[in-house]
Write a protein that binds this ligand. Structure first.
Ligand SMILES: Nc1ncnc2c1ncn2[C@@H]1O[C@H](COP(=O)(O)OP(=O)(O)O)[C@@H](O)[C@H]1O
Ligand SMILES: [Mg+2]
Length: 360
C-alpha cells in the first residue's frame, strides 16, 4: 500500500456501546425519533398513498443520484416515465433505474420483512444496469475528488467482503438489545459504505438500504423519508465524517450527523406532505366550482399521482373513452389546473403547482 493509503481494517459490527451511546447522541436520538414519528403520523392522513409515494420517491431518485454527480431535471425524468420512446439521456436512465430499485426493495421488505445479502446485490444491479455483482478483482480505492489522494481502501478480498456483508445484514435485520434503531441506522450506513461491496453504486445502494431499514423496523410505513437532500446540502461533511470514522474509529460526530439528517428531513417532509394535501384540497374545490361537470375525485387524484398526465392514464383510471378523457383534460387546462405540452406525438398535462411544491 502506498504512503497515502491509511492502514485500516474494517471491524465487524457491533461497535462498543459506550462509543455509540454518548449523552449527546442520546439527546439527539430523542429529537430525531420524535420528528420521524410525527412524519409517520402525518403520512397516514393522506388518503391516497400512491400520490405521496410516487412524487417523493422520484425526487429522492433525483437527489441521491445528484450526490454522485448524475444530474438531470425533473422535467426530463417525468417525460421519460410518461412518453414511450422519448429521447432519454444516460443520466435520466440512471435516475429512472434508481426509482425502480427503490420500488423493488420496497416490495421485497413488504413480502419478506427482512433482507438477504442477495437482495442487496439485486437492488444494486437494478441501479447500474450491469451484472458485475460483488467486487472480486482488487483495486477499488476511494479517492478525494479534487486532489486524487487515496482516502480509504475498502476490503479487497471477496471472502472478506462476503463475511462483512453477512455480519452487516444480521445487524440490519435485527437490532441489538435496546439500541435505538436510528443509532443503528447511522452505524449501518457507515458500515455499508466502508465495505463498499460493489465497483459502483455503493452510495446509492446504501441510501436505498436506509429507507428499507426504516420500513422493516416500522419507523415508517411507506418509502417517504430520504436523507439525500440533507446530504447534498452538507456533502463535504458527509464525506469528511465517513472518512474520520474510517481513520479514527470515532463514531460520535458521524452518528450525530445522521441523526440530524433524520430530524431535518422528517420536518421538511412533513411540510411537504402538508403542502401537497392543501394543494389537493384547493384543486378539488376549484374543479368542483369551475367545472362541476368534469369533477371526479379519481380524476383530481390522478393529477397528483401523475403530475405529468396523459389521456391514456385518464382512460385507465376512470374507465372512460379516449374522447371523454381528452375532453376532461382540456377542460381542466381551461380552468388552469394543468398545462399542456406536446412531446413527440403525445400531449402531456402537467400539474405545475404540484411540481413547484415537490421541488422546494
Ligand atoms: N472514506 C469513505 N469511506 C467509505 N465510504 C465512503 C467514503 N467516502 C465516500 N464514501 C461513500 O462512497 C459513495 C460513492 O461510492 P460509489 O460506489 O461511487 O457510489 P455511487 O455510484 O452510488 O456513486 C459515497 O456516496 C459515500 O457514501
Ligand atoms: Mg459512482
Amino acid at each position: 500500500m502506498g504512503q497515502n493509503t491509511p492502514h485500516f481494517k474494517l471491524e465487524e459490527l457491533p461497535p462498543l456501546r459506550e462509543k455509540v451511546e454518548t449523552l449527546e447522541i442520546l439527546r439527539q436520538t430523542a429529537k430525531s425519533t420524535a420528528a420521524l414519528a410525527e412524519l409517520k403520523g402525518t403520512a397516514k392522513t393522506i388518503p391516497n398513498q400512491a400520490m405521496l409515494i410516487n412524487a417523493i420517491v422520484l425526487q429522492e431518485a433525483k437527489d441521491s443520484s445528484e450526490i454522485e454527480n448524475i444530474i438531470t431535471t425533473q422535467d426530463e425524468i417525468y417525460k421519460a416515465l410518461t412518453v414511450n420512446k422519448s429521447k432519454i439521456t444516460p443520466e435520466t436512465k440512471e435516475v429512472v433505474n434508481y426509482r425502480k430499485a427503490i420500488f423493488h426493495g420496497f416490495d421485497l421488505v413488504k413480502k419478506q420483512g427482512f433482507l438477504r445479502v442477495n437482495n442487496i446485490v439485486n437492488i444494486q444491479q437494478e441501479l447500474v444496469d450491469k451484472k458485475a455483482g460483488i467486487r472480486s478483482t482488487p483495486g477499488t480505492v476511494l479517492k478525494n475528488d479534487k486532489t486524487g489522494e487515496v482516502v480509504y481502501t475498502p476490503p479487497q478480498d471477496k471472502a472478506e467482503i462476503l463475511d462483512l456483508l453477512t455480519n452487516f445484514i444480521d445487524h440490519f435485520n435485527q437490532i441489538e438489545n435496546d439500541l435505538s434503531p436510528l443509532i443503528n441506522l447511522a452505524i449501518l450506513h457507515y458500515q455499508f459504505e466502508s465495505i463498499h461491496p460493489f465497483y459502483d453504486g455503493n452510495g446509492r445502494t446504501g441510501r436505498i438500504l436506509n429507507i428499507l431499514y426504516l420500513i422493516i423496523h416500522e419507523l415508517i410505513d411507506v418509502p417517504i423519508l430520504y436523507l439525500s437532500s440533507y446530504i447534498i446540502e452538507n456533502k463535504p461533511e458527509y464525506y469528511h465524517l465517513i472518512n474520520r470514522t474510517n481513520r479514527k474509529g470515532e463514531w460520535e460526530e458521524w452518528i450525530l450527523f445522521m441523526l440530524k439528517a433524520v430530524e431535518s428531513t422528517s420536518k421538511d417532509t412533513i411540510t411537504k406532505i402538508t403542502n401537497i394535501k392543501n394543494q389537493l384540497d384547493k384543486t378539488i374545490v376549484k374543479v368542483q366550482t369551475d367545472s362541476p361537470k368534469v369533477y371526479r375525485k379519481e380524476l383530481v387524484e390522478l393529477l397528483f399521482e401523475q403530475p405529468y398526465s396523459k389521456i391514456e392514464f385518464v382512460v385507465d383510471k376512470l374507465n372512460v373513452e379516449r374522447k371523454a378523457a381528452s375532453r376532461y383534460l382540456r377542460e381542466l387546462e381551461s380552468i388552469g389546473i394543468v398545462e399542456s405540452q406536446k412531446v413527440g406525438r403525445e400531449i402531456l398535462y402537467i400539474n405545475r403547482e404540484l411540481i413547484e411544491i415537490l421541488k422546494r
